[in-house]
Design a protein. Structure first.
Ligand SMILES: NC(=O)c1ccc[n+]([C@@H]2O[C@H](COP(=O)([O-])OP(=O)(O)OC[C@H]3O[C@@H](n4cnc5c(N)ncnc54)[C@H](OP(=O)(O)O)[C@@H]3O)[C@@H](O)[C@H]2O)c1
Length: 276
């Protein structure tokens, strides 16, 4: 293989990537990279207008188009699939990037495990687990019909070893890891060995959701939790969204043609470090 062949693997021209969570802090950087590599990206977001205005700033060889849909509602996804087919014709890849936590689904001094409200628990499982399974049913069917394609799930470090306090999100992302393995085997053996399913597990990235858990709002200094994370990260920093791109493009591209059912940590060594 020469460098021209290698470069072609990362040329996404003519390929369509359906993307949930493409308006998020991490997702939008991935969408920008994919359009930069020539892909047509169908971003499914709950507020189409907001998503469209965000995507309009992205310039690249490809294009990103917003579609309205909630990842936890199958009927929304079925409608979005019909619209994506009209706009792009076919689907090559699905990225399940929609996800997140809920403040009431995490324990804290004034909210014990025993009192976590049912509604918050259901919200986090619905968003992270069913919000990954439903799009995989709707768009995975299209990949099965074509006999090829790639699904990439977005997991988390907390899936492998649950983080203190973060019960629900950790359990839901552990479900995403299990589902990644299950679906990889199922689609390859029941439909086509040319359909692959993998996941990327980001470590600690400073985003709007966790900024004031990890840094002090006034001084910008690390909180005790932020210090603990950095002390357990051999690379001694938080991740930048761009740190995910190599893994995302690799897993979506033919460069990973013989890889299915894996979860790749992008965590500065956090998961390798025993703390001593
Ligand atoms: N940030 C981190 O440090 C970190 C670490 C590990 C894993 N992750 C995972 O990485 C992914 C992206 O995280 P992020 O930090 O970029 O999150 P974020 O900035 O909070 O963005 C969340 C994204 O999910 C979408 N979303 C939320 N609920 C949705 C629903 N019901 N249907 C469709 N889309 C929905 C939002 O889209 P709209 O609001 O536009 O609909 C938005 O694009 C998530 O799966 C997260 O769990 C993040």
């Amino acid at each position: 293989m020469d460098s021209a062949e290698l470069t072609r693997m990362y040329d996404f021209k003519g390929r369509t990537v359906v993307f949930t969570g493409g308006t998020g802090v991490l997702g939008r950087v991935m969408v920008r990279a994919l359009t930069g590599c020539g892909a047509g990206v169908a971003v499914i977001a709950r507020d189409r207008g907001r998503a469209a205005s965000l995507l309009s700033e992205m310039k690249g060889a490809g294009r990103a188009v917003a579609f309205e849909g909630d990842a936890t509602r199958r009927e929304d996804l079925e409608r979005a699939a019909r619209e994506v087919a009209e706009e792009f014709g076919h689907v090559d890849c699905l990225v399940n990037g929609a996800g997140g936590n809920h403040p009431q689904a995490t324990t804290r001094p004034d909210l014990s495990f025993f009192d976590l409200p049912e509604e918050a628990l259901r919200f986090v499982f619905d968003l992270n687990l069913l919000g990954t399974i439903f799009p995989s049913q709707v768009f995975g069917r299209l990949l099965a019909e074509r006999g090829e394609g790639v699904i990439l799930n977005v997991s988390s470090m907390s899936a492998v070893r649950p983080l203190t306090r973060v019960l629900t999100y950790s359990a839901a992302k552990a479900g995403v890891n299990s589902f990644t393995q299950w679906l990889a085997v199922h689609l390859a053996t029941e439909y086509s060995p040319r359909i692959r399913v993998n996941a990327v597990a980001p470590g600690f990235f400073l985003t709007e959701q966790n900024r004031f858990l990890l840094t002090d709002e006034e001084t910008g200094e690390l909180t005790a939790r932020g210090q603990s994370i950095i002390a357990h990260t051999p690379m001694r920093r938080f991740g930048e969204p761009e740190d995910l791109l190599g893994t995302v493009l690799w897993l979506l591209s033919p460069a990973s043609a013989f890889i299915t059912g894996i979860v790749v940590p992008v965590d500065g060594g956090f998961s390798a470090f025993g703390g001593v």
